[in-house]
Ligand binder design. Structure first.
Ligand SMILES: C[S@@+](CC[C@H](N)C(=O)[O-])C[C@H]1O[C@@H](n2cnc3c(N)ncnc32)[C@H](O)[C@@H]1O
Length: 359
């Protein structure tokens, strides 16, 4: 591939010379092409970017996750050395809010080994600025943990990993591919079917034209993290849009300038994401012996951790900000806003009881 050409031309050239590419290959190129991928360029977050995330809406989100993590750390007998890991830390806002709260617990700061996993150089620079005093290290793989338990947090990370899509036809499942029709990028199907037996039982006998998505990259990350936790103890908390049971449905979406955009247009300039199959992540974690909490909605999780009380305390301390705090509370927890759409997943060492999952 000639990496000097604009990404759109590189993709079209690859398709015209080697044939249609899978959705995962396309998504991978669009998001993490070494020089022109969406996550290799500028900061995509905030009003001037393409989307806004929970930690950027309010400090309450990170503070409550901080309370959650301190509680888990206390349940593990306050280890003298432990890894606090964030996957896809964005601007470092979530981790800064977590640490402001968590480091009030005596001993937490002393044992902390902060590890960040990030692909975007612009965001890495912001993380360095914001979190420098905690001496973070950036992970290149999932074998670089320090001694002691591992506490992992990931907000809107798994949805950014490439998915493959398959469509059910009378003779089996055909992979959805991206080719060229009249010179324009278009979806099509691979000619050779994959048998129903190769699909998860939850979807194998879905009706014709059903679409099934699988995220091997997400399962691989979860597998590596879960194996490390199984060995060293700890937990993984992942917040994202997604579903509790493996199911069919097309969830691939493009977002640009805070609006939905065609996934096949402007490769590298549009955020591409897909809903997370939490059942698949849970299966991977259980496979290595971790326990998995029942999936909570973001609204349930934050409410159980006391977001309403935190909002009242912040408003009391700063009455002028009360309307903004009220609006942020609504946005994070209301069922018709982020409260139901976003889910909270937690897998952990058996014997722990991470807060936020039971009433
Ligand atoms: C949607 S943003 C969420 C940022 C942050 N967690 C927040 O809530 O504001 C996705 C984050 O994951 C990072 N990311 C995406 N794909 C990645 C990959 N393959 N490897 C490492 N980081 C990745 C992005 O650069 C970004 O920091």
């Amino acid at each position: 591939m000639n990496t000097q050409l604009p990404l759109a031309q590189q993709i079209d050239l690859q398709i015209s010379t080697t044939g249609p590419m899978s959705v995962a290959t396309y998504m991978g190129l669009c998001l993490t092409h070494p020089t022109q991928g969406y996550y290799k360029g500028t900061d995509p977050l905030g009003a001037a970017g393409d989307f806004i995330t929970a930690p950027e809406i309010s400090q309450m989100f990170g503070e409550l996750i901080g309370f959650h993590l301190v509680n888990v750390w206390q349940q593990m007998d306050e280890p003298k050395s432990f890894n606090l890991v964030e996957l896809g830390p964005g601007r470092g806002t979530l981790m800064a809010d977590i640490l402001r709260v968590a480091c009030r617990a005596p001993g937490f700061r002393d044992g902390l080994k902060l590890k960040l996993f990030e692909t975007n150089p612009a965001l890495t620079a912001q993380q360095r600025n914001r979190l420098e005093s905690y001496e973070p290290q950036w992970l290149e793989n999932f074998e670089q943990f320090s001694e002691g338990p591992i506490l992992v947090v990931a907000n809107e990370f798994f949805d950014a990993l490439p998915i493959r899509q398959f469509v059910r036809k009378a003779d089996g499942w055909h992979e959805r591919m991206i080719g060229l029709a009249d010179g324009k990028r278009a979806f099509g199907l691979a000619p050779t079917p994959i048998s129903n037996d190769a699909m998860p039982t939850a979807v194998a006998n879905a009706e014709e034209d059903s679409l099934f998505e699988v995220c091997f990259a997400g399962s691989e990350v979860m597998s590596r993290v879960a194996k490390a936790i199984a060995k060293q103890g700890g937990s993984v908390l992942a917040i994202d849009y997604g579903y509790a049971r493996t199911q069919t449905g097309d969830t691939l979406q493009g977002v640009r300038n805070h609006a939905f955009a065609d996934v096949l247009e402007n490769p590298g300039e549009t955020d591409l994401s897909a809903h997370v199959d939490f059942a698949a992540l849970a299966a991977v974690a259980r496979e290595v012996g971790l326990a998995v909490q029942p999936l909570a909605t973001q609204g349930e999780f934050l409410t159980r951790l006391g977001i309403a009380e935190r909002a009242a305390a912040l408003s009391g301390a700063n009455p002028g900000s009360a309307p903004d705090i009220r609006a942020a509370l609504e946005r994070l927890t209301a069922r018709d806003q982020m409260g139901d759409l976003f889910k909270v997943f937690c897998a952990h060492s058996p014997g722990l009881n991470p807060p936020g999952f039971t009433a």
